[in-house]
Design a protein around this ligand. Structure first.
Ligand code: ZN
Length: 392
């Protein structure tokens, strides 16, 4: 049996694919060809020794911003993918209708990492830092529908950021328009929350099963917990009904206080994503392995954490064929060390927590090919962290 590459001897963690334990991964023609406790390597084109390491499906990051050079937020996906194990990047609405053709040609098509996207309900997308929904003229649903229909191979949903800044003065109207658009094109909606208004209760009246609430563990004033720390009833009902709760750590959206309350109550998030962008990659978010490590140190198991960065987000965007090591799947694989030591992690308010384990990326394989990190890109001239988060 010939393989182009065999990843040997690693501890496989693919809860979504039902693959756990010491297994070899055989790759042929960019596809997972076999998974077995022992695969023959004599005729393999190459082998990668993963003994003592963790082997997972290439991670799928549900909330990222990878429209470099055409938006306030965008980073380049490949340099980060190569050193973090993230092989599928879901851009969370950086492009709107006017900028989506450029996103396809200059980002999605040339990237080695797989890039999919939520289309912003605002035609200008996230060109600027905020206010994309403050002018309702930019919510052109007829145009957006045409863009979705012409790009259904890339567009997995509709994005709307609903907070005080983005919607300044127009209240819930852009969310009503996003709801209408998502229904018309038959895709889920990803809604970002943060600062009041509009109030969370109003936002939740427009969420449907399968929609994604991102920044679910925000510590801003529009949070999912009551002042006494209990999960709000309407959030519980929507979550039970199938709304997907996604972390989207970012620069402003991960609070240890909220996360600890939720985990103590036995309510982990459905999806762990980074909201990687020009600011957040400077820390305290940094990258996906760091974000996953925070949840490991909050008490979640490695399979629970990996499930929330592979199979669960893949299902949320209707792509269960991705982020799995099952034979026949694209050969997107990540190799990590699970290191033990004394580490310190921070939330966006720079609250510190100590930890004893961390995931460290050792290899990223995309379509059967190891990714080599290109030289790091300089940050955008405007990419300055909030004062509190800057390194002293
Ligand atoms: Zn974002």
């Amino acid at each position: 049996m010939h393989f182009d590459l065999v990843i040997r001897g690693g501890e496989v963690v693919d809860p979504g694919g039902g693959l756990l334990g010491k297994l070899d991964i055989g790759i042929r023609a960019g596809v997972i060809a076999a998974v077995d406790p022992t695969l023959p390597t004599q005729e393999a084109g190459a082998t990668l020794d993963a003994t003592g390491r963790i082997v997972t499906p290439g991670l799928l990051d549900l909330h990222t911003h990878v429209y470099w050079g055409a938006s306030y937020w965008g980073i380049e996906p490949d340099p980060v993918a190569a050193v973090t194990g993230v092989t599928t990047w879901i851009d969370a609405g950086t492009a709107g209708s006017y900028s989506f053709p450029g996103f396809r040609r200059f980002v999605a098509e040339p990237s080695q990492a797989r890039v999919l996207a939520f289309l912003n309900v605002s035609s200008i997308g996230l060109t600027a830092r905020t206010y994309e929904l403050a002018n309702l003229d930019y919510c052109d649903l007829v145009l957006a529908r045409r863009i979705v229909d012409a790009n259904r191979d890339l567009i997995v949903g509709i994005k709307a950021r609903i907070d005080a800044n983005t919607t300044r003065g127009v209240g819930l109207e852009p969310m009503r328009l996003a709801r209408k658009l998502a229904d018309r094109v038959g895709l889920p909606m990803m809604v970002h929350i943060g600062k009041l208004p509009p109030p969370l209760e109003d936002i939740f009246t427009l969420l449907r099963p399968g929609d994604i609430l991102t920044h679910c563990f925000t510590g801003q004033d529009n949070r999912i917990l009551d002042p006494d720390g209990q999960l709000k009833d309407f959030v519980r009902r929507a979550w039970d009904g199938g709304v997907v709760m996604d972390v989207g750590h970012g620069t402003g959206s991960f609070s240890y206080e909220v996360a600890e309350r939720m985990l103590a109550a036995g309510m982990p998030p459905d999806v762990i994503s980074t909201d990687a962008h020009q600011l957040s990659i400077q820390g305290p978010m940094f990258d996906m392995p760091t974000t996953l490590s925070k949840f490991l140190n909050l008490g979640m198991s490695l399979p629970e954490v990996i499930d929330r960065a592979t199979a669960r987000p893949a299902r949320a965007v209707g792509r269960p064929d991705l982020a799995t090591l099952k034979p026949g799947a694209p050969a997107d694989v990540a190799v990590f060390d699970l290191e033990e030591g004394a580490y310190t992690f921070h939330d966006v308010f720079m609250n510190a927590r100590s930890g004893t384990v961390r995931l460290v990326s050792r290899a990223t394989i995309r379509a059967g090919k190891p990714m080599a990190p290109p030289p790091p890109q300089p940050l955008a001239p405007w990419a300055e962290l909030p004062e509190l988060q800057r390194k002293k």
